[in-house]
Design a protein around this ligand. Structure first.
Ligand code: SAH
Length: 273
């Protein structure tokens, strides 16, 4: 891996790091809208030596990285596998060990389905200083951008964030309490296994007509919100050709959805109105 870094240095005419040990910030980039970056994230992006980023980090956010900063794309794209998790861990450790201030930029919040925990553990074991900077997770961003509250005193007293993709594929939703109607369920990475998610929730007793919002590209200019029911979820995904990244928001709160919100408007243009 050290050789790989030397090659990168030559390729990008990149200076060697200081002899002092570097560090890694695991930084949440939020769901896509650049204005949802925290000030801390932005400050770190501007001052890092290296930014190691994922596919989910939007182009708009990457445009904030100074052109003189080395940016390394470790994301998985369709048709290419990107770096394996173990290679990413090692890359981060090697960059920091060679004295660099590394920003590991991840979509949403780094601790929520982002493998941020795995990276932090590896770095700690390697003796590298590592800090987490939280970001706005997709559930919060998508709900806000589509005008759907995640909880409501009348119909949703709790909120669960669930992975729609188990470690070896199909998710095992073996908790019967998922059927309770007074909670909102948000499935990340749920498109592929939507038929199984829908079937398992109904088998536990969740009503077939429970409303579901499929939110694609939430908070981005091309955001789409498709409202359907648990029974019709898979048909809707196929008919609308819903694409990743998308969230499945399941529960009575979806009934509050009214009309497309202005996801493309930034705070400044809204204030100017
Ligand atoms: N750490 C991230 C989640 C990573 S898992 C976070 O906290 O948001 C990747 C999944 O997140 C995607 O498959 C999708 O389900 C969801 N996701 C991320 N960004 C999204 C967006 N802008 N719109 C809809 N879903 C998104």
């Amino acid at each position: 891996m050290t050789q790989a870094i030397e090659r990168l240095e030559k390729l990008f005419n990149f200076q060697s790091g200081d002899s002092a040990p570097g560090c890694v910030w695991l930084v949440g980039a939020g769901p896509g809208d650049v204005e949802l970056l925290t000030l801390k994230a932005l400050r770190l992006i501007k001052s890092a030596d290296v930014v190691v980023y994922d596919r989910l980090v939007s182009d708009e956010i990457m445009a904030e990285v100074p052109s003189s900063t080395l940016s390394i794309d470790v994301g998985k794209k369709p048709g290419s596998h990107g770096l394996k998790q173990a290679q990413i861990n090692q890359l981060l450790a090697d960059l920091a060990a060679s004295g660099r201030r590394v920003v590991r930029l991840k979509g949403g919040d780094p601790s929520i389905f982002g493998r941020g925990g795995e990276e932090m553990l590896f770095l700690q074991q390697a003796g590298i200083t590592c800090q987490i900077v939280p970001g706005i997770t997709a559930a919060a961003g998508c709900a806000a951008a589509s005008g759907i509250p995640l909880t409501h005193r009348d119909c949703a007293q709790s909120l669960r964030l669930i992975t729609g993709h188990g470690k070896s594929g199909e998710p095992q939703l073996d908790d019967a309490s998922l059927a309770a109607s007074n909670q909102t369920l948000v499935f990340y990475m749920g498109l592929k296994w939507s038929a199984s998610i829908s079937a398992q929730l109904q088998a536990h007793g969740r009503a077939a007509d429970t409303p579901v919002a499929i939110i694609e590209n939430g908070t981005r200019p091309d955001q789409r919100v498709m409202v359907t029911t648990l029974a019709d979820l898979t048909v809707t995904i196929a008919r609308e050709q819903a694409q990743s990244p998308a969230l499945l928001l399941v529960g009575e709160v979806v009934r509050f959805y009214r009309q497309p919100q202005s996801a493309g408007l930034n705070a400044i243009s809204l204030m100017a109105k």
